[in-house]
Design a binder for this molecule. Sequence first.
Ligand SMILES: Cc1ncc(COP(=O)(O)O)c(C=O)c1O
Length: 426
Amino acid sequence: MTTLYERALRVFPPVASRATKLGIVRAEGCWVYDENGKAYLDFASGVAVTNTGHNHPAVVQRAAEQMRQMIHVGHNVFYYEPYVQLAERLVEVTGGDTKVYFSNSGAEANEGAVKLVQYVTGRPEVIAFAHSFHGRTLGSLALTGSNAAYRRMYETALRRVYFARYPKPAPGEDPEEAVRASLESINDLFELQVSPDRVAAIIVEPVQGEGGYVIPPRSFLEKLRGICDEHGILLIFDEVQTGFGRTGHLFAYQTFGVKPDILTLGKAIASGFPLSAVIARQDLMDRWPAGAHGGTFGGNPVSCAAGLATLDLLEGGLIDNARAMGNYLVAQLRESLAEFQEVYDVRGVGLMVAVEFRDPGSGAELSDMVKEILARCEQGGLILLSCGPGKTVVRFMPPLIVDKKDIDQAVQVFRDSVAAAVRSVN
Ligand SMILES: Cc1ncc(COP(=O)(O)O)c(C=O)c1O
């Protein structure tokens, strides 16, 4: 039998390559099933998208009902119930003093946010962070500092963005040291490269995703808020990956207790249907006039209906489960990996959990070992992805419906894979 992978090679360019060679024919809950009927625990969740699990019946029902009623009429042409209702819910859960603009992808939301801040401040410049990931379209790629390969050959098409340091405290290090170094890098930018009164916004992931599941001290985000307030700069939180329960609250800004002026959302917002949003303070949104931004598909009725079902499920217990299961996963990983010196750090917030590998002697990156661990996990029926500079961090982002049984199974497969990979190197 010709596999999906073999067929795909003929019709897709290398740029469309995948993390695995698996052809998947069915997905349900925390599980996906390949062409041979083999089951895999999916701790990648379509890259942090299926927070309610694959094909949650409530999402399927709401989307199917909407599909029968109306698939697309265009938010440029009409108003319709799920579009308005989802925006109402999002305003409510972000404090009541916000407004919403819907698009299709995280990259589009981030570009929308940059357009908004430039429009309302009249300032041209944006500060982002090294190792950030904000998307792949040219506008959002300009904000992305996680990998030179993403930017290579497109440099001249990217608008200039200034990059500051993101705080990544080493295990055992005083986290405030890392915060100080990061804030100093912003001060350096202000002194040497860009006057703060020309900066429209600072865009930051409250937890860096692609950059390595880096969890900053709360004081970093608090101080960032202070810097923005001092200079009339708007603060954008890119919550495309951290949003919708992933960090143990609906949004990471609630986890950290620091409110941005603008929030960008995507990925899990509609449990797998394409949808994203810019949510910003009302007074900012009210100064963004008709014609200044747009798009055809944003706020698609089926996506919005799925978004409503998603919010119901998250508020109906999944966020609490993310917090409880996240703590459990970190504890189980720490215990089961304690014997391996190659494990540099196990960290997590909610169900955004990471294991980082480094050579215990030299501190060098163990990219090949991580590749081997992921391949062995796949053989053992567990799907995980890597992240971070050098891809030395394994990230665990299971659906928020995950239970202890699934976690125990995943931790067992992971531990065995680490043990085998360590043995094969030594
Ligand atoms: C934090 C963050 N922002 C933006 C994006 C881009 O989202 P999309 O791929 O939907 O454009 C991603 C995707 O991984 C992300 O993790």
